[in-house]
Design a protein around this ligand. Sequence first.
Ligand code: ZN
Length: 145
Amino acid sequence: MWRCPKCRSSVDDSFGVCWSCGTTPDGIEDPNFVIADEADPIPSEEASEGTDVDDPLADFAGTPLPDLVACYTASDAAEARFIADELMEQGIPAIPDKLDVDSLVGMYGSGAKVRVRQDDLLRAQAWLKAYEDRRKSRQRIMPGT
Ligand SMILES: [Zn+2]
């Protein structure tokens, strides 16, 4: 055990320099010594990837779409996607039907459903009612084609 001539810390003999300030027993300061607190923090691996991704569809991940119910039947896939986007903006996770076969849906005119969770159905329907009202009033205003 030796005592640092600079900062008076007790240093174990196994250390060649003071653990606190980097000074040798001879009083020579190490210009390269970095105090632990000032060194760059060791990056933590799990801190980098965000676990709180603000994705309303995250709840669906990894599960076979539990309790999804159709809340609306759009005239085509484009409208279904539009409505799903609008619902998402309301904080309601929504999935439009047939994302991969837009053309087929349009071709057969079967309509594309928008699906939401059972828990969100009432909220979605409330929004959709307002949406339909807006759409109807807009159609009334526009000259018929
Ligand atoms: Zn020291």
